[in-house]
Design a protein around this ligand. Sequence first.
Ligand SMILES: Nc1ncnc2c1ncn2[C@@H]1O[C@H](COP(=O)(O)OP(=O)(O)OP(=O)(O)O)[C@@H](O)[C@H]1O
Length: 337
Amino acid sequence: MDQSFPLVQIRDLSVTYNTRLGPTSAVDKISFDIRRGEIMGLVGESGCGKSTLGKALLRMIMPPGYISGGQIIFNGENVMKFDEKRLRDYRGRQVSMIFQDPMTSLNPVQTVEQHLEEAIQVHEAETKTPYIIKRIQTLIERLGIMQSRLDSYPHQLSGGMRQRVMVGLGLVLNAGLIIADEATTSLDVIVEAKLVDQLREIRDEFGVSILAITHNIALVAEIADRVAVMYAGNLVELGDVNRIFDAPLHPYTQGLLASVPTTEINAKKELYKMPGEPPNLARPPSGCRFHPRCPAAMPICSRYRPALEEVAPGHWVHCWLYQDHPEKVEKTIKVAA
Ligand SMILES: Nc1ncnc2c1ncn2[C@@H]1O[C@H](COP(=O)(O)OP(=O)(O)OP(=O)(O)O)[C@@H](O)[C@H]1O
C-alpha cells in the first residue's frame, strides 16, 4: 500500500448511547485521517467523547452505546464490515489500545513473558517457541525493560513499566496503530515525561501511528505532530500542533489554550475561565454545539452547523467565523464602513 495513503480514515463517525434521558450523541459526524507514523493528539474537556471515539475505532462500543453512523477505513479496509473473526484479528494484531490503568488490562497471575508469549501464540499459532522467545527478548530490550523483568508479575512493576509492557503487547504483533487513552495520566510527572519520550522513540523506530487521547493540552504540545480538538462530541479544529498552539482559530481552542497555566515563574498571565458548562449531550445545542459559550457567536451559529473548512494547508476548522455566509458578509461590511 502507498505509504502516503492514510492509515485510518474516519468518515462522518457517530456514536450514540441510549440513556434514561434519551439518545446521547457522544460522537457526532466526525471525519479525519490518521497518517502513517504520526502521533495525533486528541484533546478536549472531560465528557466530550474522546474515549468513545477511541473505542469506536476498535468497534469496542458496548451497549447501551452503538456506532450510529459513518465509516472507519483501516489500511484501505472497511472496519464496519469486519466479521467477528476479522475483528478479533484487527483488535489484537493491527490496533492496540492502552488505558490509564494498565492493571485492568494485564492479567495479575501472568508474568510479562507469558503476556507477550500468549499474544503471539493467539494471533500467530504457527510461530515456533524459539522464535517467540527471541522476538520477546529483542522487543523488551528496545522498550528499555531489563530481560530479568520478563519473569515479573504486573504488581511487581512500576506504573511506567506496566504501560511499556502494554505498548509491547501491541508492538510484538507489529500493530500499525496504538491508541493511548490517558495512558500517562496516573504517572508522576517524571515517569510521564519518560514515557512520552519513549512513545516518540517507539514511533520513530517502529513507524507505528499513535492516537494520544488526553485532556492534558500541555502533553499534546510535547508529544503530538498534529492535534484534533473535540468539543461536545464534535471535531472543532485540526492541524499541525505548532500551528494550533501558535494560532488557534476556533474560539473553543483559543479558550482551551488560554486556560492552561504556564510554567514561567514571572508569568502574569491571567488564566481564562471559559463561561458556562459543557452541554448535556442528550440535548445538545442546535447549530454549532459551542455557540452558547462562544464569545464570538453570531446568529447563524445557533441555526446551522458549520462545515469543516480547510483555512490554510492542513489546518481545518468547523466554525462560521471562517466561512462565508450572509450574516458574516453583513458583519464584515459594517466593520469596513
Ligand atoms: N456507557 C455509557 N453509557 C452512557 N453514556 C455514556 C457511556 N460512556 C460514555 N457516555 C457518555 O458519552 C459522552 C462522552 O464520554 P467519553 O467518556 O467518551 O468522554 P471523554 O472525553 O473521554 O471524557 P473523559 O476524559 O472524562 O473520559 C459523555 O456524555 C458520557 O456521559
